[in-house]
Design a protein around this ligand. Sequence first.
Ligand SMILES: Cc1cc2nc3c(=O)[nH]c(=O)nc-3n(C[C@H](O)[C@H](O)[C@H](O)COP(=O)(O)OP(=O)(O)OC[C@H]3O[C@@H](n4cnc5c(N)ncnc54)[C@H](O)[C@@H]3O)c2cc1C
Length: 411
Amino acid sequence: MTLPARVEVVVVGAGLAGLSAATRLATAGRDVHLVEAADHPGGRLRTERVDGFVVDRGFQVLNTGYPRVAADLDLDALDLGWFWTGAVLRVDGRAHRVVDPRRHPSAVLDTVRAPLGSLLQEAAIGAFSVRAGYLPVHRLLAAPEHSAEQALRRAHVGDEAVERFFRPFLSGVLLESELATSSRYLDLVWRSFVRGRIGLPAQGMQSVGEQLAARLPAHARHLGTEVTAVTGAGVVTSSGSTRADAVVVATDPGTAARLLPTVEASAPRQVTTHLHVLPASPWCEPLVVLGEPGGRLVNSVVVSDAQPAYSPDARALVASSTLATTTEHQVRDEVARSHGVTTGDLEHLTTVTVPGAQPAALPPLQHRRPVDLGEGLFVCGDHRDTPSIQGAMASGARTARAVLTHLGRRA
Ligand SMILES: Cc1cc2nc3c(=O)[nH]c(=O)nc-3n(C[C@H](O)[C@H](O)[C@H](O)COP(=O)(O)OP(=O)(O)OC[C@H]3O[C@@H](n4cnc5c(N)ncnc54)[C@H](O)[C@@H]3O)c2cc1C
């Protein structure tokens, strides 16, 4: 659909931030047009079909503990398949289940017996989780800020828990293994794990973006259209210029910094994910297997255990992630060891590296950066809140409110 020469609002970028902003503005009755360079909505939530398997571009999950996910998405329609809350860690070749005892009482004994330090240290993990899960957010955000590692040390969870559980688990979430990320962001992320469940939609993560995009009228969605310049009075695209009363830049952080000289992009975090097929799953429960200290993998997951629709048949689809760029050959042994199978069982499907998977969230956490740049120009995206699905959606909602105020003032 061609972008008209004059509209009320242009939103640039159909990731979750742009979609959240545009759908809110449309619901408020505004003439909003969403312009996206790629041929699909959802931005970094992208899914392909490879030999009948549903392959997300990098392993990522939907966390129902995120307030915006719970409030804004139709979770039933996504037909989510669930992971257990917890992980498998391997120590000296043995697999140990560490799970949330409230949700999976059958595995409580395994969790207590897992090599995570003394009982006192295990109790400290519980106390850390209760604090993050149940203190009000304003109190978590008012707590003194450290690095994530310092926060775990101060919570007295102990070395074994940090090295065997928290570091590999959080490396897969924060996409950095130093645990240099802000303790405030760690609190928010941990809160979402305590309060929510982790799932995968039957049609892949891209379907989250598609669900939001379907709430906009077809004439307002412009895929395959790159915006090359913006002002508060309009945009220039590959096919011409459009004037507007407000322009929202909802691109990835790097493009936002190029289009908007006053916006600075945080350092990008990258991830490489290798997809393998196994004849069948070696596991009874859908759990993430954590990488071992000193290894290349941060985690390896039979995604089809959580969401059987990711596989066209009884075979298992395995996603294994590394922070450094790796070749399949470099991780094959480790993937096999993680699942207690032989390398001969593994059939390599594809490998994907996402260079700008998430912006860094180092201390001081710049949560809720300004979205109104003045004179009709707005910016949103995970780089304005937290580097997550929640951050992207929350920044989009915040920006829609700011745009409505601006339009109200103009009127
Ligand atoms: C592999 C991976 C794993 C992740 N794991 C998790 C996870 O488990 N949990 C979690 O909460 N978060 C995770 N994230 C982060 C999460 O996906 C992002 O924070 C969120 O999707 C960012 O949304 P956004 O709308 O801010 O940006 P984007 O999704 O980047 O959307 C920006 C959009 O703008 C478009 N665009 C760019 N330039 C232009 C232009 N010039 N003109 C028009 N359009 C343009 C892009 O094509 C894109 O569609 C992960 C990300 C990746 C990649």
